[in-house]
Design a protein around this ligand. Structure first.
Ligand code: HEC
Length: 369
């Protein structure tokens, strides 16, 4: 009896300190990247604006986002090295790769849950759910790195690929992020914290009870003493000697690639000031030429009010751009009209002259915000 309780309290080793450290890095970068990334995806929403302001404005969260992305990329390089070491030097099995066995386990698990089969599948060291989650992290990280590169280095990207891929990368980056956050919140939280609070990623150990449910096949091999013997030390030594030169060269190449990724161009890092130059030649009129009363009459005849509101107070479409009482300079005002920012189409001098714009500007400046 006593022996049984002892047995039940037994803990089984699961994660090494370095694996746990990698996981902590992943938590920090993942949470940080989500907190600084999603508000950028939803920048027009109020909650996102509040978050961005709380975190010190868009300029600073973009920097933080990039620092965290760099840490995650460095961690990915390190992870690649660790895997190579475990497989090549230590001769471990690729226990994270899915196989036919996992398919059988899923089917048995479903039939068991439906009550059609009596026995719960005996799951291996990494069960199908864990493999799926791991591969999703790997795949997600690859997608985020590639699309992140495209946004970070748009000019370099467009020398190789058509320019359209950059906005596409932006959409993919944002949606993959949303998918990742939702699956961590739902799948990971449920499986690891709700169904049973599994602390093994922090303590490194798993209880017998959890082992029976989630890794019965591994438990059996441990208890029967059937764990495959490790490689003989001489083999490990020999492989280590071959591994290190390779690892050093790969690290130099990959870290070099990472540095290039970060520095190849500055386009998307510095926030370029809004272009003020006026499309279509120098501006011959100044703000002083404008007459507010003429501007008021003009406004009634122009298309502007359909988007900017009857009294230039902003409309559904222009959101927080309020023309009434505008603070921008006359040059910037004319520049915006000629260029057509965002969803506004540009207006040429044939459609509305600089002089008319001066009248409008004068009138808009008399209005209260
Ligand atoms: C189809 C809708 C639409 C029409 C028509 C339109 N605008 Fe706009 N306008 C917008 C949108 C949307 C923005 C905001 C873009 C952004 O988010 O930066 C904008 C921005 C501006 C800005 C920049 C303001 C700032 O603070 O940056 C100016 C100036 C402006 N419009 C003037 C005009 C004038 C003058 C007209 C008429 C000749 C006009 N617009 C017609 C939709 C429109």
């Amino acid at each position: 009896m006593e022996e049984q309780t002892l047995q039940a309290q037994k803990q089984y080793p699961r994660f090494t300190p370095t694996e746990r450290f990698e996981h902590i890095l992943l938590i920090v970068t993942f949470v940080g990247l989500s907190l600084t990334g999603l508000p950028q995806k939803y920048a027009a929403e109020d909650w996102a604006k509040t978050m961005i302001n709380l975190m010190g404005g868009v300029e600073s969260i973009r920097i933080v986002h990039r620092i965290l992305a760099t840490i995650l990329m460095a961690e990915s390089i390190y992870h690649g090295g660790i895997i190579t070491y475990k497989l090549y030097v230590l001769g471990r099995r690729a226990s994270m790769l899915p196989g036919i066995r996992d398919l059988r386990d899923v089917i048995q698990w479903i039939t068991f849950n439906l009550g059609w089969s009596r026995s719960h599948p005996h799951l291996p060291r990494y069960n199908f759910g864990e493999k799926a989650e791991y591969l999703a992290v790997v795949w997600g990280t690859v997608v985020m790195i590639i699309t992140g590169f495209m946004m970070w280095n748009p000019i370099t990207t467009s020398t190789v690929l058509p320019g359209e891929v950059i906005p596409a990368a932006r959409v993919a980056h944002g949606n993959e992020a949303l998918l990742a956050v939702l699956s961590i919140l739902i799948w990971h939280m449920y499986n690891v914290h709700v169904r049973r609070f599994n602390r093994s990623m922090f303590t490194g150990k798993l209880s017998r009870e959890a082992m029976i449910e989630e890794h019965a096949a591994e438990l059996e091999t441990i208890e029967k003493g059937e764990l495959p013997p490790g490689r003989p030390p001489q083999v490990i030594e020999r492989r280590k000697r071959r591994f290190w030169p390779y690892a050093i060269i790969m690290t130099i190449i990959l870290v070099g690639g990472l540095i290039r990724f970060l520095t190849v161009e500055q386009t998307a890092i510095t926030t370029i000031p809004r272009q003020l130059s006026v499309v279509g030649g120098p501006l011959l009129v100044s703000a002083d030429n404008g007459q507010a009363d003429q501007g008021a009459t003009l406004w009634q005849t122009l298309e502007c009010k359909t988007c900017h509101g009857e009294n230039a107070e902003s409309g559904d479409m222009t959101m927080n751009v309020i023309l009434a009482g505008t603070k921008i300079s006359f040059e910037a005002f004319v520049g915006a009209v000629r260029r057509g920012p965002a969803d506004m189409h540009p207006f040429s001098a044939d459609q509305i002259t600089d002089e008319q714009l001066a009248h409008l500007y004068a009138w808009l400046r008399t209005l209260e915000r």
